[in-house]
Design a protein around this ligand. Structure first.
Ligand code: SF4
Length: 370
């Protein structure tokens, strides 16, 4: 995997707010043009620290709602400030209702070569429950439009563990998605984030998520079904039709490769220090317009914190972690033996790799080696 850093741009605008979402975004894109200027000012601050990238990820928010003018200005400005490898992976997160033929053609013309489509479900009732703005037929049309525009690297985001969703319904969604042969699938379990309308409905007893035992069945079924259909389950929530179709950008996060994040609430890591920006788009723009920086906080994790984080991230990936990262003591060796005997980890080629059972308790695996 390339050790070149990745560039992330947070596009903090949406057309409305989905019922489960707690990402930072504004339900209007009236400030988009001012935000582009601010992002380019922020990029200027990092020209000495970061010079060359091989991934650019436009995430959000809803990057697909940017006008051609704003998006073009953003990409041109970034290319003037940084250099990019000739085969840079350039991803745009898109909502299906934004994928019209002219837009898709424009994205291709601007050099975007990977689309990540927020489909979530092939069930109309579930899309309404989630507060999504698109329909199932719009999602299908979006995939077809993207293909016709020449996108040969297409990822679909899907969600499981929805209130009232049965395993059979979820398998229908997977089959629906597989019919399009996407290069990448992200399958996330719905979590009820604090303060979201969906969580409030759950607190009022109007809906409930599947019990934990059912969640395990969703996870295991997803992995087995997609692996049977030729997808590599390479990260706990991510599947690629070939190793070359893994998300090059997201792998940088999981493998501690540096990345620069621009935009409100974006996070960055230079290999030693981490920092993050203010969440509000207004505060972000104002600080940069006044010649300041939008950084809201920073930290330099100590060696032990970094080790635990590397374990946490590494155990989310199929490659796992190198054995030396867990430590050498007798106590650690006994913990490794116990985790292998319990079927949570496998030891191969000097690496500790999580099994499916291990992934089910991935967040707790680093604690075995604390
Ligand atoms: S479109 Fe995405 S970022 Fe925007 S509210 Fe919905 S889930 Fe959140």
């Amino acid at each position: 995997m390339s050790a070149l850093p990745g560039l992330y741009v947070h596009v903090p605008f949406c057309r409305g707010k989905c019922a489960y979402c707690d990402f930072y975004s504004e339900p209007s894109h009236a400030l988009a043009s001012r935000w582009v200027d601010a992002v380019l000012r922020e990029a200027d601050l990092y020209r000495d620290l970061f010079s060359r990238f091989d991934t650019l990820y436009l995430g959000g928010g809803t990057p697909s709602l940017l006008s051609g003018e704003d998006l073009g200005r953003l990409l041109k400005g970034l290319r003037e400030r940084f250099s990019f490898e000739s085969d840079t992976e350039i991803t745009l997160e898109a909502n299906p209702d934004d994928v019209a033929p002219e837009r898709a053609a424009l994205w291709r013309a601007l050099g975007i070569n990977r689309l990540s489509l927020g489909v979530q479900s092939s069930d109309e009732a579930m899309l309404r429950l989630l507060g999504r703005r698109h329909t199932v037929s719009q999602a299908a049309a979006a995939v077809e439009t993207a293909r016709r525009a020449g996108f040969s690297n297409l990822g679909l985001d899907l969600m499981w563990g929805l209130p009232g969703q049965t395993l059979a319904h979820w398998q229908d969604t997977l089959e629906w998605a597989l019919a399009f042969s996407p290069e990448h699938l992200s399958c996330y379990e719905l979590t009820l984030e604090r303060g979201t309308p969906l969580q409030e409905r759950a607190l009022r007893g109007e809906l409930a998520l599947p019990p934990e035992e059912e969640s395990r069945r969703f996870f295991v079924t997803t992995s087995r079904l997609l692996e049977t259909r030729g997808y590599v389950h390479y990260e706990i929530s991510n599947f690629a039709r070939a190793d070359t179709r893994r998300s090059r950008h997201n792998q940088k996060y999981w493998h501690h490769v540096p990345y620069l994040g621009l935009g409100p609430s974006a996070h960055s890591f230079d290999g030693r220090r981490r920092w993050w920006n203010v969440r509000s788009v207004r505060a972000y723009c104002e600080r940069l317009e006044a010649g300041g920086t939008p950084v809201a906080g920073e930290e330099v994790p100590g060696p032990e914190e970094r080790r635990l984080e590397a374990l946490l991230l590494g155990f989310r990936t199929r490659e796992g972690v190198p054995l030396h990262l867990v430590g050498e003591s007798h106590r650690v060796r006994r913990a490794v033996d116990a985790a292998v005997a319990d079927g949570l980890l496998e030891l191969a080629g000097g690496r500790l790799r999580p099994t499916l059972a291990g992934w089910l308790v991935a967040d707790r695996l680093p604690l075995l080696f604390d």
